[in-house]
Design a protein around this ligand. Structure first.
Ligand SMILES: Cc1cc2nc3c(=O)[nH]c(=O)nc-3n(C[C@H](O)[C@H](O)[C@H](O)COP(=O)(O)O)c2cc1C
Length: 208
């Protein structure tokens, strides 16, 4: 049997070793390693910064059975270098008909549902490029607060190893959502005051 290969793409500008995206994605990758996959990890921003790294990343992706993209939610979508990489992959149809694809995504707001649009974008990408979409694990509250990330995400890795749709993950934050909103509003008002924009906080410049 040929060796199965899994690649983790870390899509946070904070990179490998410093980001929540790396921490969570690595839990999933480790589950695949435990199931005898050859594993590799790349930082998307570094890949998009160098033509040589970009070409070797495309070669690595094309040689994979499984790609896991672990990233933070940015403005209900993906960080720009991640979008650029996915566009290049789609143009060249790298790994078409071969790669199984899954997402690990986490956002700052406590509710994981903010990731829904990004999950839909990933699914659409998979369909355009001819990859098999296995679904994604979405966490709220920066994911980093999830108490036992290992227990939460290991089943995701197991499902990906088996080529099955990933189970929904239950992420929890150790504080109530209203408290997050309360502190968030205090911070926004403070920033607005600093910028002399207190009266514009409820402005809707694109309305009507
Ligand atoms: C430019 C930018 C845009 C963001 N947009 C969102 C957003 O739309 N919704 C949200 O809940 N969190 C948003 N966040 C918060 C990040 O998703 C969150 O802090 C995440 O945990 C960072 O993960 P990382 O350590 O892997 O970079 C944003 C953060 C930044 C810096």
């Amino acid at each position: 049997m040929t060796q199965r290969k899994a690649l983790l793409l870390v899509g946070s500008p904070r990179g490998i070793g410093h980001s929540t995206s790396d921490r969570l994605g690595s839990v999933v990758l480790d589950a695949l390693k435990g199931r005898s996959f050859d594993t590799e990890k790349l930082h998307v921003h570094a890949v998009m910064d160098s033509p040589a790294a970009f070409e070797s990343a495309l070669a690595a992706i094309g040689a994979c059975d499984t790609v896991i993209l672990s990233l933070p939610l940015y403005v209900d979508s993906f960080p720009a270098p991640v979008i650029a990489l996915l566009e290049r992959i789609a143009e060249r149809r790298v790994g078409a008909g071969r790669v199984r694809f899954s997402l690990v995504i986490q956002c700052g707001f406590p509710e994981a549902k903010h990731n829904a649009t990004a999950l839909a974008i990933a699914e659409r990408f998979a369909s355009e490029v001819g990859w098999e979409w296995l679904g994604g694990a979405a966490l709220g509250g920066t994911g980093g607060f999830a108490k036992d990330v290992g227990a939460v995400l290991a089943p995701v890795g197991e499902a990906i190893a088996d080529g099955k749709t990933v189970p929904e993950v239950a992420s929890s934050v150790p504080f109530p959502a209203w408290l997050y909103r309360f502190v968030g509003n205090v911070m926004w008002r403070r920033q607005a005051k600093k910028q002399g924009a207190t009266r514009s906080l409820r402005a809707r410049p694109y309305e009507g």
